[in-house]
Design a protein around this ligand. Structure first.
Ligand code: CDP
Length: 197
């Protein structure tokens, strides 16, 4: 069985938590596509070359979750050659047997426009900054908020595959939701689509 769940949204909106929970619940494979861009950003050298030679060790670096890696990712993510180099891997992952969940910025719009379920997970910038600040333990809250806003602007403003909700995506605003509530809503949406067959 092939079944693709596309989960997009801005930084720290809860995509990762929701994606992991959906994948675990339904037994689907999960790909955090942001990790690919983070690894390319941290690899150094020519970004397009880094993207086309990405290997498992690059994805196992312990510093990929840092604020610096997020920043580096969003800088290389504006480059069309980098995005093109990562496209086939992501599409193949989405088409695997047994179901797949991919989370990122352009999954429902560019990578898997025919996805069975598309979620756009969002939350206020203040709320996302606070979550990211607690999660990383880096910098001050004000600095993290500034970074979140800058990253949103770069991700939404780029010419190639900008961050936006696909027309047929269901928006899930997690600002006032607990993790359990957000996960529960996502599970219901996916289950309903699976039952529709
Ligand atoms: O975890 P967080 O939401 O902060 O970021 P991420 O999903 O790890 O993505 C880091 C950066 O990679 C984003 O700010 C985007 O610039 C870029 N990215 C992208 O352009 N396309 C994707 N499918 C995933 C990430």
């Amino acid at each position: 069985m092939k079944f693709c769940v596309a989960i997009d949204g801005p930084a720290a909106a809860g995509k990762g938590t929701i994606s992991r929970a959906v994948a675990a619940h339904f037994g689907f494979a999960h790909l955090d596509t942001g990790l690919l861009y983070r690894a390319v950003g941290m690899k150094g050298g020519d970004p397009a070359q880094a993207a086309s030679t990405l290997c498992p060790e690059d994805l196992a670096r312990p510093d990929l979750r840092s604020l610096a890696a997020g920043e580096a990712a969003s800088r290389v993510a504006v480059l069309p050659d980098v995005r093109a180099a990562l496209l086939t891997f992501q599409r193949n992952f989405a088409a695997r047997e047994g179901g797949a969940v991919l989370d990122g910025r352009d999954i429902g719009t560019v990578i898997c426009p025919g996805a069975d379920v598309k979620l756009f997970v969002t939350a206020s910038a203040e709320c996302r900054a606070e979550r990211r600040w607690r999660e990383t333990g880096e910098g001050s809250l004000a600095e993290v908020l500034e970074q979140v806003r800058a990253r949103d602007a770069r991700d939404m403003g780029r010419a190639d595959a900008p961050l936006c909700a696909a027309e047929d995506a269901i928006t899930l605003d997690t600002t006032t939701l607990s993790i359990d509530e957000a996960v529960d809503k996502a599970l219901r949406i996916v289950r309903a689509q699976l039952e529709r067959g």
